[in-house]
Design a protein around this ligand. Sequence first.
Ligand code: DQA
Length: 147
Amino acid sequence: IPIHVLNGPNLNLLGRREPGIYGTATLADIERDLRRQAEPLGIALTFRQTNLEGELVGFVQEAGLAGAGILINAAAYTHTSVALRDAISGSGALAVEVHLSNVHARESFRHVSLIAPVCAGVICGFGPHSYRLGLDALAHLMAARTP
Ligand code: DQA
């Protein structure tokens, strides 16, 4: 089962960035953890991060062309990017949205996700564990879809 884990802007700074909100785990820690989870499940994991909106759009398109599922933390672009939403809906890929923090307990501009309506579901508020829950959910959806 191919799954692309896509990370948006500023997530390269995890571990140092507002640790009170995002915790002390780095993105490399999260990647290592997900690879450990993916291996026994037969998931082929691609893990990427970019600070650029257009590059994130390109990553989504690539995942779609590869027939991969998408686990995405679009970070701030979650709340702003019509281009990203259109890329997800246009890719035909199954996507699951994740966030480290509980965006609904934060500023009101974080309460709106432009990509949630084109994702199968959303998981937020559990720190790095959000990614684990999201990978589990996406793997189940992919397995149900793959004959
Ligand atoms: C985030 C939440 C977003 O609102 C924020 O812009 C981020 C990280 C999270 O994982 O909690 O950069 O996606």
